[in-house]
Design a protein around this ligand. Structure first.
Ligand code: ARG
Length: 585
């Protein structure tokens, strides 16, 4: 395909303006083009003012920012994509794209596929550390956020041609295993015979063992010895530990399967063999000090130090995370490591990132690679504005939420008579797509830094900014195409698009901003950017459809192709958000 027609106008404009910047100010090679979607034109270039402040003291020929802007326009290489440029305000360059170029770009996408629009990030390999529940404890709604946001970020990076190592950093090596193992030995002297059904609810098992640990000093003593034995590599204890992990793993897998999230488990225990060496390396660099019997790293800006070896000689969360970081950088050769947990753990991440910078593992800023980012998120709240819990003040179980989302969306479909139109399988699959999609979208659409109030009624509403509304919008487009009776795949090959009507042009422009939106969501690590894009896409489509007749009009072919292109972009958005699209609703 012709390179001129790749679907990333913002990047392409940046390239053009880069040429013109280099021409007008050859002595300022570090000035980068600043291109944004425009308020007046389709895009704007914002370099003139900043450039002026750099060059005005250096005896420049230019008389002010507008003159710099004019020069930028004059030196801009000619290109099929630019219709016209003009100066606005203090020196912004407004760019109007050529409608012909836009149409051609969309036609090409229809032929070559939307993956030709995928952005290319400069990173080759990234680790996304997400979900990461703790063994023997139930996955709860906090882990839901980590799983959903992490999966979306992984999908967006993968789409942007980054190799992503999806890592489930499960908590499988804490002191809690002492009591769990001792309790297991008491209940099941023959550990080989232990099965999932025998243990039943692992969360209850955890609670009971904790109760015993707190009440029975003899048991507590045994549990503490069990930890030492386990960490010393005693095969009997290791076997019991593996059993508990396996049962827990199978439970987690059910949730991942339902959410269609793929993850590779490399839990805390995986890094255990490397910890001592890593702490040794940090010590040899003079980072580690003795403090109150523990070995710690002091970090500027934090009162308490980061403990890397506890006073009893054991390792902790921080020692494991430092080691995992070392492993990911050196063994896995990841250039970008992204961690998803709630904001409550922010300090932990900031501290061990700083320690790694002091050790020279990472550059001093968090923009240059290798790069680490903690992607924190707020709490999920209940109606009472407190942390989301059920009436019994228990945490909410993820499986129950999934069940309810599906049941409710099924009930809504039945109310609309779909059980009479569809097969039971269709009904079930659609209920699942809509229910789980609604749950995910409600989580993803708000800025992750703020919490959100969990409400089934809101997320399953078919109006407003919800997955249900968006899935309907997509299904409606599919039905417009079906009703035309035309073979859309045939049309794609031969048909031409024209963006003559203002609403057609606006829709086309928004479609062409897909790639840059994905890129922005990746670089800012904010999936809500893509949600907003998707919502506006369906709004632009609605405006188009209410002012432009499709079927039976003189422009039918072009407009059907616009419908198809919209549906394709929507489906890619759904895919990147982990939502399964439906074709009829
Ligand atoms: N297991 C931890 C928790 O449930 C999350 C682990 C996050 N990842 C990490 N590398 N620390 O809170």
């Amino acid at each position: 395909a012709n390179k001129e027609f790749t679907g990333n106008p913002r990047r392409q404009l940046a390239k053009l303006f880069d040429v013109s910047l280099k021409l007008i100010v050859p002595d300022e090679p570090n000035v980068e083009p600043l291109i944004e979607p425009g308020k007046f034109g389709d895009y704007q270039c914002n370099n003139a003012m900043g450039l002026w402040s750099i060059i005005k003291g250096k005896g420049t020929q230019f008389k002010g920012p507008p003159a710099v802007g004019q020069a930028l326009i004059k030196s801009l290489p000619t290109s099929e994509m630019v219709e016209s440029c003009s100066i606005a305000g203090p020196g912004f360059v407004n760019v109007v794209l050529s409608a012909k170029w836009m149409a051609k770009s969309i036609e090409n996408m229809l032929i070559d596929g939307i993956d030709t629009w995928a952005p290319t990030l400069s990173v080759k390999r990234a680790v996304v550390d997400f979900s990461s529940p703790n063994i023997a404890k139930e996955m709860h709604v906090g882990h839901l956020r980590s799983t959903i946001i992490g999966d979306t970020l992984a999908r967006m990076l993968e789409y942007s041609k980054v190799e992503v190592l999806r890592r489930n950093h499960v908590g499988d090596w804490g002191t809690q295993f002492g009591m769990l193992i001792e309790f297991l030995f008491e209940k099941f002297p023959d550990t080989d015979s232990v099965t999932e059904t025998a243990i039943g609810d692992l969360q209850m098992f955890y609670k009971k063992s904790k109760l015993k640990f707190d009440l029975d000093p003899e048991f507590k003593e045994k549990a503490q010895q069990a930890v030492v034995r386990l960490q010393g590599g005693d095969p009997v204890y290791l076997k019991a530990w593996a059993k508990i992990c396996e049962i827990s793993r199978n439970e987690f897998a059910k949730v991942y399967q339902r959410l269609r999230v793929e993850l590779e488990e490399k839990g805390e225990s995986f890094y255990n063999p490397y910890i001592a060496n890593v702490i040794e390396e940090l010590s040899s660099k003079g980072l580690v000090e003795e403090s109150k019997g523990a070995r710690v790293i002091f970090i500027e800006g934090f009162k308490a130090p980061l403990i890397v070896v506890k006073s009893d000689g054991g390792f902790n969360y921080a020692s494991t995370d430092l080691t995992a970081l070392w492993y990911r950088l050196n063994e896995e050769k990841a250039e970008w490591i992204i961690y998803l947990t709630d904001l409550g753990q922010q300090q932990h991440f900031h501290m061990f990132f700083k320690a790694a910078r002091k050790a020279g593992w990472l550059p001093d800023d968090d923009k240059t690679y290798p790069r680490v980012n903690h992607v924190g998120f707020g709490l999920v709240l209940g109606d009472d504005n407190k942390r989301f819990r059920t009436r019994s003040t228990e945490v909410v179980r993820l499986v129950d939420l999934l069940d309810e989302a599906k049941d409710r969306s099924k009930a809504a479909l039945i109310e609309r008579g779909k059980d009479k139109e569809w097969t039971p399988e269709e009904l079930d699959q659609t209920a699942e797509a809509v229910g789980y999609g609604a749950l995910k979208y409600a989580d993803l659409k708000t800025n992750r830094l703020t919490g959100y109030t969990f409400s089934f009624d809101q997320m399953l509403n078919d109006k407003g900014d919800t997955a249900v509304y968006l899935l309907y919008a997509h299904a409606r487009i599919c039905s417009i195409i079906r009703k035309s009776g035309k073979d859309i795949d045939e049309l794609k090959k031969t048909g031409k698009i024209a963006l003559d009507h203002a609403a057609e042009r606006a829709l086309g422009l928004h479609m062409l901003q897909f790639a840059e939106t994905v890129e922005e969501a990746c670089t800012t690590l904010l999936p809500n950017v893509l949600c907003k894009y998707l919502y506006y896409l369906s709004e632009e489509f609605t405006k188009f459809y209410s002012s432009c007749q499709v079927n039976g009009s003189a422009e039918e072919t072009s407009r059907l192709l616009l419908c198809e292109a919209t549906a394709i972009v929507m489906r890619k958005c759904f895919y990147l958000l982990g939502i399964t699209p439906v074709y009829k609703l």
